[in-house]
Design a protein around this ligand. Structure first.
Ligand SMILES: [Zn+2]
Length: 93
């Protein structure tokens, strides 16, 4: 069995799921960061790159991919950017 490929909601890049951050939303509720990909519900994948985080935010990709009932909260956007900051060493490679 081969691992299913996921698609980045920021840039459309396809790769195995461990290359992405995973987010989940249940019934259109606010998304949660799901590093272990354990939650149920609709999922979204995002490259571990600042560029993709910003693209996903500005294009409302989370709202579309997860069929959110409300726009992303500023708290969630802050959380995304925090993930970025923590992986910043890889960001410019
Ligand atoms: Zn991407």
């Amino acid at each position: 069995m081969s691992a299913p490929l996921r698609t980045c909601i920021g840039c459309g890049h396809k790769a195995p799921r461990d290359e992405f951050w995973r987010f989940k939303s249940k019934s259109g509720a606010a998304p949660v960061f799901d590093p272990g990909d354990r939650e149920t519900g609709r999922g979204a994948s995002l490259c571990k790159r600042p560029l993709c985080v910003e693209k996903a935010i500005t294009r409302r990709a989370f709202e579309r991919a997860l069929k959110l009932k409300q726009p992303l909260s500023s708290g969630f956007k802050d959380q995304l950017r925090q993930l970025n900051a923590e992986s910043g060493l890889k960001a410019n490679s």
